[in-house]
Design a protein around this ligand. Sequence first.
Ligand SMILES: Cc1cc2nc3c(=O)[nH]c(=O)nc-3n(C[C@H](O)[C@H](O)[C@H](O)COP(=O)(O)O)c2cc1C
Length: 171
Amino acid sequence: MAKIGIFFGSSSGVTRGAAELLGEQFPGSELIDMEEDYDGVDQFEDFDVLILGSSTWGQGDPQRDWVDPLYELDNDRPDLSGKKVAFFGAGDQKTHGEHFVSALGKMHDLFVSLGAEAYGYTSTGGFDYEHSLAERDGKFCGLAFDDVNQEELTEERVISWASQLKSEMGL
Ligand SMILES: Cc1cc2nc3c(=O)[nH]c(=O)nc-3n(C[C@H](O)[C@H](O)[C@H](O)COP(=O)(O)O)c2cc1C
């Protein structure tokens, strides 16, 4: 059975909520809070499947608990080939519509550059924003959700994405 790690960074609990819901959808998976449970880049190598969550802050930046780990990954360049990876995270399409969920795009490009294979792209339909660094070929390179403006849609988005990942990854 594939070993699944759900790593998340969340400042006000929105991405954490999604991570916990994903944990229920993937029984046997391990939840790693980047603030409390993360202890170094080797931790990514422990899993076959990496489901990585970060909200977006500042000017399209990953959540603060991801900043050092992403820097270390980029420096150490561990070989993540053979690993399946997917990204999820909260944003605010109205107030921060010029950088909506851009953290997902930054994380995506780093993990793909380390050899991981990305899954779980989703439609940008249903969102209204100006610009996002998370777009690849007209889709988001992961799961976006927005509890500031569309809280009522988040649970369904997360559960449907979990089904998509199971099918795409053959889990
Ligand atoms: C100062 C500040 C900067 C933000 N910057 C962005 C941004 O660039 N892009 C975006 O999509 N959301 C942005 N947001 C919205 C947060 O990502 C959003 O509130 C999210 O729900 C936080 O999720 P978390 O609780 O998982 O950290 C920002 C919020 C604040 C307060």
